[in-house]
Design a protein around this ligand. Sequence first.
Ligand SMILES: [Zn+2]
Ligand SMILES: [Zn+2]
Length: 153
Amino acid sequence: MANPVSIEQLKKDFADFLKQKMYRNTQERFLVLEHIASLDRHFSADELYFHIHSTGARISRATIYSTLDLLTKCGILTKHRFQSESAHFELSARKPNHDHLICVECGHIIEFNVDTLHAIEQDVCNQFEFKPMKHSLQIFGVCKDINTCEYNK
Ligand SMILES: [Zn+2]
Ligand SMILES: [Zn+2]
């Protein structure tokens, strides 16, 4: 399926955010955003750095890290802490309302969306008179199929 996120809209949202917060509106930051949109998956800051450099673009690690930080603050990116060592990011609008299974051996990530979870969220919030905004569920385990587990290759 094609990426439903419009890069033009993301750029506009980011430009508005930078202007509002009075951050410098540099071309490099928008280049980083374009690369992220083309990835269409979860990534760590280092993976993004290597991806950008593999295309021949030269953007410093510091710029990439600070841009990730700004994009997260602005809500364009969602930051996940799947495992303690490094954060993973993904476009918030890419696939709303999904949760993750994470293989602790190979780092493989599976995305899923089940209605029962949303029902539980509603139930629990009703019970405690709480207004839900979002939830995040991460199930850690290992790949059952040895062929899809990178670690076992
Ligand atoms: Zn995801
Ligand atoms: Zn695995």
